[in-house]
Design a protein around this ligand. Structure first.
Ligand SMILES: [Zn+2]
Length: 312
């Protein structure tokens, strides 16, 4: 039994609750996976407490619980802006769960948790100042500066998806327009592919216009797909260059579903960043694809718990 014990990491998604018991080195020892009970706050807390009980082991007691949530967690531990699991809004998940499972519990935004996981045992290992970007339906981000999450004064820091990359762009859900997310979120890929398909022929005709299909076609030099990938890379390049000139980071990690598109997309993004930053800023930064895949959420949530315990 490790002297430092282990933690339970829970990742509340829009569809599934995933959990893991994680040891002090980040190794997953047990897993939990169920559709998320989001009918009411009571249902959800029951399920979270049950997940912790399932992950418990007599040999490796769970010392603390971390919960990654699809929303912002404010300084009082209250969840805000959780559109995919609205029942979370206003709940103090850490405090409530601690009461129900009899040990310390800590809640954190899911992208922040994933960034901590990558910084701990993934593609961010060894970095001093890290930006983690998730590409999916939305474009999320998180900053780990000097080994600690930097969330700003009300939880919004790192939201790279809402940097404006097109001053005349489309409206965004945040109230602004032309945000990176409107271009590089899944909906942005589909929209731009539809626009390009209306102008010229493509192997994408009749296919689902998902980022994965678009990148696969771009690898085969399909001109429409190449145009869409180039547009995504350009928007990400604009946003990342702004972040790098502002913060002079030494690591950018790109994750989320689209990151499965791999080095092909990453290389295009890096070239776009290179053109837009100080040469020294660019040279100081390493760009990597996320390494932990679907485990980043639960490992990161466990990391949140272990860090919370260490801080007392
Ligand atoms: Zn926005």
């Amino acid at each position: 039994v490790s002297a430092r014990g282990c933690a339970a990491g829970l990742d509340v998604g829009g569809t599934f609750l995933k959990g893991a018991r994680v040891d002090a080195d980040g190794v997953i020892e047990a897993r939990f996976h169920e559709p998320v009970a989001k009918g009411s706050g009571e249902d959800l807390f029951h399920q979270l407490a049950r997940a912790v009980a399932c992950l418990e082991s007599p040999a490796e007691p769970v010392r603390a619980v971390g919960v990654g949530l699809p929303g912002l967690v404010d300084e009082d531990g209250r969840v805000r802006r959780a559109p995919n699991v609205p029942v979370l809004n206003g709940l103090r998940v850490g405090q409530e769960l601690a009461l129900r499972c009899g040990r310390r519990a800590f809640a954190e935004n899911d992208a922040n948790a994933a960034a901590l996981a990558e910084a701990w045992i993934g593609a961010g290992q060894g970095a001093r100042h890290l930006l983690f970007v998730t590409l999916g339906t939305g474009v999320g981000g998180a900053l780990v500066l000097g080994g600690r999450l930097f969330t700003g004064c009300s939880g919004y820091a790192g939201e790279i998806g809402h940097l404006q990359v097109e001053p005349d762009g489309l409206p965004c859900g945040c109230g602004s327009w032309g945000c990176l997310e409107t271009v590089a979120g899944n909906g942005g890929w589909t929209r731009r592919a539809e626009e390009a398909l209306a102008r010229r022929g493509s192997s994408l005709q009749g296919q689902e216009l998902s980022p994965a299909n678009i990148v696969a076609a771009a690898r085969q030099r399909d001109p429409v797909a190449l145009e869409v990938v180039e547009g995504t890379a350009r928007a990400l390049g604009v946003g990342l260059a702004a972040a790098l000139d502002l913060l002079n980071l030494d690591r950018v990690v790109i994750g989320g579903g689209v990151a499965g598109a791999g080095e092909f997309l990453l290389a295009s993004i890096v070239e776009q960043v290179r053109q837009r930053t100080f040469a020294d800023v660019f040279a100081a930064c390493e760009f990597r694809l996320a390494a932990l895949g679907g485990d980043a959420g639960v490992v990161g949530a466990a990391r949140v718990a272990l860090l919370g315990l260490a801080e007392g």
